[in-house]
Each structure stands twice: as structure tokens, then as C-alpha cells.
Design a protein around this ligand. Structure first.
Ligand code: SF4
Length: 400
């Protein structure tokens, strides 16, 4: 039976194809970690040591912790670690991690704000027969029946409170904690955004958890249906740049492959050649159409002028004739015209906005009937008569 996790569910939500490659096909491509993930792991290990030692009555000084952090950094670091962001060196990340630890230490020492019940605590969750599993960075209890689920983040981005109030991961762990302990009265979900030295809290009510459960059931059903039908869409997003499967993804593989080619090979690539040719021809077509459109506009002006001068409505050609229709039509300012804002304001003030809320200026003249003469007068100030000229082509009849 599949055991789901928050990250497994998120992978499907982010991109079903990425999910398939990672969890169904189990393809391992690029094992190398990003520097952000590497730094995060070292900071987590250091905080893990802090609380494990405290449990055995062994407090660490900040210097001891930083020396531990330095040791695990050096021991685990390798040149395979990816630095995606341009202009940053490993030292920048290492210093950031050390700053996270120092600020955390200063904020929480002597670390007596609750009893630590678990570090990297495995939590099993059962939702309507579906099995899920997660690991809580630190589980603690501040008083009887009051639990705290702590999560350490070393992200460079600090989300808004609304993100935490709708976060699925820790809420899911809350369900697990409630299943694990019989005396749960309250659970605080706590995120430590270490780069910003910020602690963010959120709570979930029973109805939030009920909604979460049904959302998870629906999501797992969708995943299992996709697996059954082998239907996994590739969904592009800003996260694609970090995706390990770009070289297997139809939306990215050509870009990746050609991006790594030497120039001579790149210029001979059949895909590159086809695209270049297609773009060239499309541009030519557009230019041609633009030229023809411009020429037609000039001809139309000349025909209208001719019709007015000669007082004719139908003009003969070789085997076709043209009908020229010239009329005056009311015109109200369109959305992009400067007077439009004033017109909208008058209609709103008169309480008539609902009637024309999707204001179609061409239809406005029709709905005016029934509005007060004063309002109609104000609106009419925006109305201008515009000449409309249309030309219709038709076949000449035999006797014409
Ligand atoms: S590159 Fe983007 S679209 Fe392709 S599998 Fe990865 S996340 Fe999905």
C-alpha cells in the first residue's frame, strides 16, 4: 500500500509528470543537492543536536553549536552541490546558516519553554484508510494537553500569515499528534523562519481538520486515478528551473539539450532549424498582412471619398461591385479613452451601474430610455456622433 507524505502530495499538485517520474517510475536523475537544501540540512542537524543534548542534561554553548555546524558542513560538503543562484558562493550560504543558529540561540536560550517530546519525530496518519507519514522537526508540550509542532525553515522567502493559516503540512501532523496522544486539548503550529529570526504561529479548529481530511482524500483519489489511467500532465511553473526531470520532460527537454550544445551543433539541430524557419516565415506573413491591411485602409478611404464626391453608393469594378454604406453613429468613450472614467462615475453615482455593469458603450444608447432626463443629459455629453463607413463586395449581376 502506498504511504503518502505531504511532499509526495505537493509533488503531484505542482506537476503530475514530475510526480510520475519521481514516485511511480522512481527515476533517479540528479542526486546532487542544491546549496539551499544542503544548508537547511546542516542547520536542522545542529538544532537536533541542541535538543537531543538538552534531553540528556547537556546544554551546549553557542560556540559549541557553531563548531558542530562547521564540522558537519565540512564533512558533508562536496563539489556536486548545486548553486543555482548566480553570484553566490558556498561561504555565503554557510554564513547564513551560522547566523540562523546564532539568532535562534539568542532568542530561545535557556530553551526551557516546554518539554521536548520528539526530535525528527515520525508521525503516522490514517485518513479514511489512506496511510500518510511525516516527520516533525520538534514536538514539544508547554503544559498538560497543549502540544507544539515546530518546523524549522531556512528559506529566503517569508510568506504571509494567510499561508500559514492554510498550510497543510503541519495541520496534517496535528491530526497525527491527536491520533498519537489521548490527552490533546490544544495544538500550536509553529514555524521558525530562521533567516528572518521570526516565529510564526497558527491554530486549526476541528472543522479545518475535517476539511483537510476530505481535501486529502479527494487529492489521493485523483492521484490514484491518474496512476490507473497513466495520465500525468506536465504542468509548467516557476519551479521547473529546480526540477530534476527537465531532461525527461517534453516541455523542457529540447531547451535543456540544446542549451548545453556547442554552437556548431546547436546551429545544425533539426529542431532549432525548423523553429528558426517557422518564425522567419511567420514574421514574413505578419509583415505581408500588415502591408495589405494598410493598403486596404488607404483604398477604403479613397473609395469613401469617391462615393461622397460622386454621390454614389454602388461602384462597379470588372466582375465585382462595391456597396459603400456611410452613416452617423452615436459613440461613447471606450475603456481606453480618458473620458471613460468620468462617464462610469456618473452612472455609478446615479445608482444605475448594475444595469450596465459590464458597460457596453454600443448598447448604452439603447438602455438610456427610462433613466431620468437629467442623467440622460449628463450621459449625452459624452456621446459623439461618429461617421461609420463600411464597404461590401458582391458579384455583379449579369444585367449590371
Ligand atoms: S520541468 Fe516542469 S513541467 Fe516538466 S516535469 Fe519538471 S516541473 Fe513538470
Amino acid at each position: 500500500m502506498t504511504i503518502y507524505s505531504h511532499s509526495r502530495l505537493s509533488a503531484f499538485e505542482t506537476c503530475p509528470l514530475q510526480y510520475r517520474l519521481r514516485y511511480v517510475d522512481k527515476i533517479k536523475i540528479d542526486e546532487s543537492e542544491t546549496i539551499e537544501a544542503f544548508m537547511g540540512s546542516r542547520v536542522h542537524e545542529t538544532l537536533e543536536k541542541l535538543y537531543k543534548d538538552l534531553r540528556l542534561s547537556k546544554p551546549n554553548s553557542l560556540d559549541e553549536l557553531l563548531s558542530f555546524y562547521n564540522d558537519v558542513w565540512v564533512k558533508n560538503y562536496s563539489d556536486d552541490i548545486k548553486i543555482v543562484k548566480q553570484g553566490y558562493a558556498p561561504g555565503n550560504y554557510k554564513d547564513t546558516g551560522a547566523k540562523c543558529i546564532s539568532e535562534y540561540y539568542a532568542r530561545y536560550q535557556p530553551f526551557n519553554d516546554g518539554k521536548t517530546l520528539g526530535i525528527e519525530q515520525m508521525i503516522a496518519i490514517d485518513i479514511e484508510g489512506y496511510k500518510l507519514r511525516g516527520f516533525i522537526d520538534r514536538l514539544s508540550s508547554s503544559r498538560d494537553g497543549v502540544y507544539e509542532i515546530h518546523d524549522y525553515k531556512t528559506s529566503q522567502y517569508l510568506p504571509q500569515q494567510s499561508h500559514f493559516d492554510s498550510d497543510r503540512q503541519l495541520a496534517l501532523y496535528q491530526i497525527g499528534v491527536q491520533e498519537m496522544f489521548g490527552d490533546v486539548k490544544e495544538v500550536d503550529l509553529i514555524w521558525h523562519y530562521l533567516v528572518f529570526d521570526r516565529e510564526i504561529k497558527s491554530k486549526r479548529q476541528p472543522h479545518d481538520l475535517a476539511e483537510l481530511r476530505s481535501g486529502i482524500v479527494k487529492l489521493i483519489e485523483t492521484i490514484e486515478r491518474a496512476e490507473k489511467e497513466n495520465d500525468f500532465e506536465a504542468e509548467e511553473s516557476g519551479l521547473c528551473d529546480w526540477c530534476d526531470y527537465q531532461s525527461l520532460c517534453p516541455k523542457r527537454m529540447h531547451l535543456v539539450r540544446t542549451g548545453q550544445m556547442p554552437l556548431n551543433k546547436y546551429l545544425e539541430d533539426p529542431g532549432v532549424l525548423l523553429v528558426n524557419r517557422y518564425v522567419e516565415k511567420s514574421m514574413e506573413k505578419k509583415k505581408l498582412i500588415d502591408n495589405i491591411d494598410a493598403e486596404l485602409e488607404l483604398l477604403k478611404d479613397a473609395i469613401v471619398a469617391y462615393a461622397k464626391r460622386e454621390g454614389v453608393e454602388i461602384i462597379r469594378g470588372n466582375d465585382k461591385k462595391l456597396r459603400v454604406k456611410i452613416e452617423e453613429k452615436p459613440h461613447f468613450p471606450a475603456k481606453e479613452e480618458t473620458e471613460r472614467e468620468q462617464l462610469d462615475a456618473i452612472i455609478k453615482k446615479a445608482g444605475k451601474w448594475e444595469e450596465v455593469s459590464d458597460l457596453n458603450v454600443h448598447a448604452l444608447s439603447k438602455v438610456l430610455t427610462g433613466w431620468s432626463p437629467e442623467l440622460i443629459g449628463k450621459i449625452r455629453e459624452f456621446q459623439k456622433m461618429q461617421e461609420s463607413c463600411r464597404i461590401y463586395i458582391s458579384n455583379l449581376k449579369e444585367r449590371e
